[in-house]
Design a binder for this molecule. Structure first.
Ligand code: PLP
Length: 418
């Protein structure tokens, strides 16, 4: 999108201070009299009061197991848990809440898909197509599957700017390609991949696509039907929800054909020592007592996000990213890694020869929380010849002041190490 179309935070119809007031963790000082600039949102976001209070209320007043009890509390907990599933279905525009499987997060979602659908779809001699920008969570499960069945991993490269080599995609989808797994937004580069186009091209070759939505769910309105994604997985904790909970959406025909992921209580229809039959969707994939409170908390987070004015939020996030990019570019010795035109919320950079860890440690003492290292994308950083980067990642509640705080901190880093 051209820079001139970005409204500034001052002109956008979005009250960032009102939003910030919902997130108690943002208001604290870290160390003595050092206000916090929380810029590690790609790792995990802070939580708004409605989510915190929802968890508190569940444990104070409603705690009970689901799907099993005849008593009042259990019925209420079951209803709330299933209401949360409906909220998540609306959040993704999924056709049916039964296609929302609660998981521990993106990592578990990808392991679920690779060890069930993957075991059905990938055979000896097949290829699994990934991209060079994948998070380890979207590499290792597929490698494990490839080893188990005798398949191979193919990798769509990225350009120097951090865009996918879309020109190579059609040629890499061969008769042997059994599936493609790809992140919607890169957690290291911030690149927004053209997911609808990618899925169209893959589907034209009958290749199903698994989308890692860990970094898109918090920033882009996601419509799994418009995308035509075969699977879409994400984590709650990066989108204002609790840790330990996430979602795996799947097309109904896949979910119905797939074997269960784990066996145990809650996922069965009938058990005998001779044979077990399984429950219907979504319970077939939710063995054991689920993470009830956090699923309900994630439902609240999804409702919270859906209540925001998305156009205004996105305009604000774009304006903050653009401001941060300009300010960083002006700091002598900074080189931004990932300069695709279509980006969201992530700024990775290196700073002279200063080790990212040293920079991160000084920034921390200045109250600036950033991430340093390989961000679980070692193959990508190897592609750029880097051991790591400093990564500032933004959420809707970040401001230009947070960016200024970062830039001031970087001046201190230069003073100490430059
Ligand atoms: N995929 C991407 C793109 C990510 O950014 C992350 C987390 O940083 C993951 C997968 C793994 O998410 P989780 O650790 O919540 O399972």
């Amino acid at each position: 999108m051209p820079a001139t179309t970005h409204p500034t935070p001052e002109t956008a119809s979005f009250n960032v201070e009102a939003l910030r007031a919902d997130f108690p963790a943002l208001a604290q000082d870290v160390y003595e009299d050092t206000p916090l600039a929380y810029l590690d949102n790609a790792a995990t976001s802070q939580k708004p009061t409605p989510v915190i209070e929802r968890l508190d209320r569940f444990y104070r007043d409603e705690n009970s197991n689901v799907h099993r009890g005849v008593h009042r509390l259990s019925q209420d907990a079951t209803e709330e848990y299933e209401e949360a599933r409906k909220s998540l279905a609306r959040f993704l525009n999924a056709p049916d809440p039964d296609q929302i499987i609660f998981t521990r997060g993106t990592t578990e979602g990808l392991n679920l898909v690779s060890s069930t659908f993957g075991r059905m779809a990938v055979e000896e001699g097949d290829e699994i197509l990934l991209t060079e920008m994948e998070h380890h969570s979207n590499i290792v499960p597929w490698q494990m599957l490839a080893e188990q069945v005798g398949a191979s991993i193919e990798v769509l490269p990225v350009t120097d700017r951090g865009e996918l080599r879309m020109d190579l995609l059609p040629g890499m989808l061969t008769d042997d390609t059994a599936l493609m797994a790809i992140s919607h937004v890169s957690n290291t580069l911030g690149t927004i991949n053209p997911m609808e186009d990618i899925i169209d091209v893959a589907h034209a070759e009958d290749v199903p696509v698994v989308v890692d939505g860990a970094q898109s769910a918090p920033h882009l309105p996601v419509d799994v039907q418009a995308l035509d994604a075969d699977f879409f997985v994400f984590s709650g904790h990066k989108m204002f929800g609790p840790t330990g909970i996430g979602v795996c959406f799947g097309k109904r025909e896949h979910l119905e054909a797939m074997p269960p992921y784990q066996g145990g209580g809650d996922m069965i229809d009938r058990v005998s020592f001779e044979e077990t039959t399984y429950d219907d969707l979504p319970h077939k994939f939710e063995a054991g007592t689920p993470n009830i409170a956090d699923a309900i908390g994630l439902g609240t987070a999804a409702e919270y996000i859906m209540d925001l004015d998305w156009d205004a939020v996105q305009a604000h996030e774009e304006a903050v990213l653009e401001y941060a990019t300009e300010q960083l570019e002006a700091v002598e010795g900074v080189r931004i890694v990932g300069t695709a035109p279509d980006k969201t919320s992530v700024l990775s950079f290196v700073f002279d020869d200063i080790h990212p860890y040293d920079a991160g440690t000084v920034l921390d003492r200045e109250g600036v929380a950033v991430r340093t290292g390989h961000h679980c994308t070692q193959p990508l950083l190897e592609r750029y010849g880097l051991p790591g980067t400093i990564r500032a990642s933004f959420a809707a509640y970040n401001t230009r002041e947070d960016v200024d705080h970062l830039i001031d901190g970087l001046q201190k880093v230069r003073h100490m190490f430059g």
